[in-house]
Write a protein that binds this ligand. Structure first.
Ligand SMILES: *[C@@H]1O[C@H](CO)[C@@H](O)[C@H](O)[C@H]1NC(C)=O
Ligand SMILES: *[C@@H]1O[C@H](CO)[C@@H](O)[C@H](O)[C@H]1NC(C)=O
Length: 326
């Protein structure tokens, strides 16, 4: 009798176990909609960390667009999307960029899309002025996070999200600041080369191999509890970096599961390391402010030189950087 009961008991347990196992393998683990609760429970039985990662992003970036340009890439696919981190009061800087290197109509046959990135300002008057500016130029995007130096990473992620959502077919993306001069000729013809096959998983800029600064007075101070390691992965200086557009979605999605850091360039470097993408060093990217020189900023590249000897080519590219802080 006793053995019969225990046999039944074992059988019931086995049945329950198989039912649970069956449930856990038949529920699609990648589905974000629907039975989210059930999902995480059944996955948790199998693999706790996997369930947690899929269902609870640690950095969900749940902001809404306050100003958006969802149709900017609809008519034609840009070769290059330029994302410029800016602040509300920099009306003049934005206008200068629109009229110079950021002009979307500078290059025949090469579509450029220029966008300025902003958060929400505490001052409603400034928000309103930006709204009006946006209605004139249609080149501003704003999400509803508070615009501050410590939220720069959110601004970059907003840009990545925008490219991934509204412009994923673009070939390249540049992220830069509003106090930067970009030599677009160099950038387009020497670096990106529109006539060659577009690269993928490509990331370049001024690569920094460094570690956290623990001096609280520094602009780049990093508290030990936020980042305990003594080294950063290689990252491209936030003054300006360029990547193939496929990387935008990869970084954005990786960021959802990567603890936020306020240093946006370091943070992007962390995401790249997770993705196994190595940023390329590029000698034409200048990290520091340079003395103004007419030749640095306005010399056109003579066609025969651009097409010509490598030696000359190198010389030219060091004398005349692609990117300069103004
Ligand atoms: C469980 O999660 C770990 C870490 O995310 C992962 O490496 C491993 O492959 C997972 N195992 C299963 C059976 O899914
Ligand atoms: C960053 O933005 C978030 C969302 O608006 C806000 O809660 C937070 O206070 C901001 N952080 C800083 C340092 O301004």
């Amino acid at each position: 009798m006793a053995s019969k009961v225990s046999c039944l008991y074992v059988l019931t347990v086995v049945c329950w176990a198989s039912a649970l196992w069956y449930l856990s393998i038949t529920r699609p683990t990648s589905s974000y909609t629907g039975h989210r609760q059930v999902n995480s429970i059944s996955i948790a039985r199998k693999n706790v960390s996997f369930g947690n990662i899929r269902t609870r992003p640690i950095n969900p970036h749940s902001f809404d667009f306050l100003i958006n340009e969802p149709n900017k890439c609809e008519k034609s696919v840009p070769f290059l999307v330029i994302l410029i981190s800016t602040t509300h009061k920099e009306f003049d800087a934005r206008q200068a960029i629109r009229e110079t290197w950021g002009d979307e109509n500078n290059f025949k046959g090469i579509k450029i899309a220029t966008l300025f990135l902003l958060g929400k300002n505490a001052d409603p008057v400034l928000n309103q002025m930006v709204e009006q500016e946006s209605q004139i130029f249609h080149d501003i995007i704003v999400e509803d996070f508070i615009d501050s130096y410590h939220n720069l990473t959110l601004k970059t992620l907003m840009g990545m999200r925008w490219v991934a959502t509204y412009c994923s077919k673009a070939k390249y993306v540049m992220k830069t600041d509003s106090d930067i001069f970009v030599n677009m000729d160099n950038l387009i013809y020497k670096l990106l080369k529109p006539n060659t096959k577009p690269r993928r998983r490509y990331f370049t800029g001024y690569v920094i191999n460094g570690g956290p600064i623990r001096d609280v007075r520094s602009k780049w101070y990093m508290p030990r509890d936020l980042y305990p390691d003594s080294n950063y992965p290689p990252f491209c200086s936030g003054t300006g970096y360029i990547f193939s557009a496929d990387v935008a979605e990869l970084i954005y999605k990786t960021s959802l599961h990567t603890r936020l850091l306020h240093l946006e360039d370091v943070y992007v470097g962390l995401c790249l390391r997770k993705l196994g993408i190595h940023p390329f060093q590029n000698s034409g990217f200048n990290h520091w402010k340079m003395a103004y020189s007419l030749c640095r900023t306005t010399c056109a590249v003579p066609k025969q030189v651009a097409d010509g000897a490598i030696a000359e080519f190198r010389q030219l590219s060091t004398a005349e950087p692609t990117l300069t802080r103004t």
